[in-house]
Design a protein around this ligand. Structure first.
Ligand SMILES: Cc1ncc(COP(=O)(O)O)c(C=O)c1O
Length: 363
């Protein structure tokens, strides 16, 4: 039988998520170089040293299944966030939590509102469930909350607010988000994706935690992939009202987070020195990049995240290829419909300097 008849309706039309190119992949094409990957917003300071130590200690236990609900990590998170454990669910990355949210809340035909462009996984999971993604164009590279509110219908089920937004690094501010939430009907759940929340410097950045504590119909997503430097281990968590989180438990895998990841995340959560250093690296890198880009007359969107969205004023494919020849991998903006733009991760100062030096050569 034809695969079109076997697969669920619409599944074959879903565009796969295209990740940033890995060092392994570009090496095959361009050969061995001193590569620096600025394509996936990882923490270039590396993993928390305390997490590495915890992994070493846990290694000899990997013949046992992990604890399914990550109880030690959940308890540690509950303490740090001053929340009840019932308000927290841990899984293998925020990516998986986004899928769980769609699984738990999106029925066929439901509408899911999100920005355009934003993190593409929201669209994919909506489509997997047979829902309809409703994309609202950014205004000045920022979520257009009024525009999003205008698109709410009787079928709207979820609204994703990526704060800071990937790929533009912009945030929505607390007063606007409060007004937005107040204008929504009771059947809508707002997902605040705070994957990059640790890097925000601006005042009036709304914290999903406060909304959860106030019983709002909000689920906030956080990850160990960014500030904690554990992207390769895949750990993230969601916080929300107990009844909402209970629904996520209904659709959870039995053992989503492996032993090494659980142990590492607990250790990383308490590694204040690494957290502070990682945040400072981003603050310092942002200022350096802004200064250099200003000098070169290259436009960019001021960012609250560990990446910067840059308009190179030139075909992005040319810039992308040129940077690859210099051993630097970035994320071209074509995927989001910006033909002269790209997103670059803020790295260590030596990485940032290398990027600027290569860029000067190319432009
Ligand atoms: C906005 C946003 N949300 C979620 C994720 C996924 O995070 P995780 O690595 O925890 O799956 C990413 C990853 O880059 C992201 O940019």
């Amino acid at each position: 039988m034809k695969i079109e008849k076997l697969a669920r309706k619409g599944i074959l039309k879903i565009a796969s998520y295209i990740p940033g190119r890995s060092i392994e992949e570009v090496q095959k094409q361009y050969g061995a170089k001193r590569w620096v990957k600025l394509a996936s917003n990882e923490n270039l300071l590396g993993p928390s040293p305390q997490a590495l130590e915890a992994i070493r200690k846990e290694l000899s236990n990997i013949h046992f299944y992990p604890e399914g609900t990550s109880p030690v990590l959940r308890k540690a998170l509950a303490k740090v966030l001053s929340l009840a454990e019932e308000n927290i669910v841990v899984s293998n990355g925020a990516d998986n939590l986004i899928l769980m949210i769609a699984n738990a809340f999106v029925d066929e035909g439901d509408e899911v509102i999100m920005a355009d462009p934003t993190f593409p996984v929201y669209t994919n999971v909506t489509r997997i469930m047979g829902g309809k993604p409703v994309r609202v164009r950014l205004r000045d590279f920022t979520h257009d909350l009024d525009g999003m509110l205008n698109r709410v219908t009787r079928r709207t089920k979820l609204i994703f607010v990526c704060n800071p937004n990937n790929p533009t690094g912009t945030i929505v501010f607390e007063p606007s988000l409060n007004r937005f939430l107040a204008g929504l009907p009771g059947r809508v759940i707002v997902i605040l994706d705070e994957a990059y929340g640790d890097f925000v410097e601006a005042p009036f950045y709304p914290s999903g935690l406060d909304y959860v504590k106030n019983g709002k119909q909000v689920i906030a997503l956080r990850t160990f992939s960014k500030v904690y430097g554990l992207a390769g281990l895949r750990v993230g968590y969601a916080i929300g009202r107990e009844d909402l989180i209970r629904c996520l438990y209904q659709v959870r895998d039995p053992f989503p987070v492996h032993r090494l990841a659980q142990a590492a995340a607990v250790a990383a959560l308490g590694d204040t020195e690494h957290i502070v250093k990682s945040i400072q690296l981003v603050y310092e890198g942002r200022r350096y990049l802004y200064k250099e880009l200003d000098r070169m007359g290259v436009r960019y969107v001021p960012s609250e995240a560990n990446f910067v969205f840059i308009d190179f004023g030139k075909d992005i494919e040319e810039v992308f290829e040129g940077l690859l020849r210099e051993g630097i991998i970035i994320r071209p903006g074509k995927t989001w419909g910006y033909l002269t733009c790209g997103r670059i991760t803020i790295g260590r100062m030596e990485d940032n300097r290398r990027f600027i030096k290569a860029l000067k050569k190319i432009l």
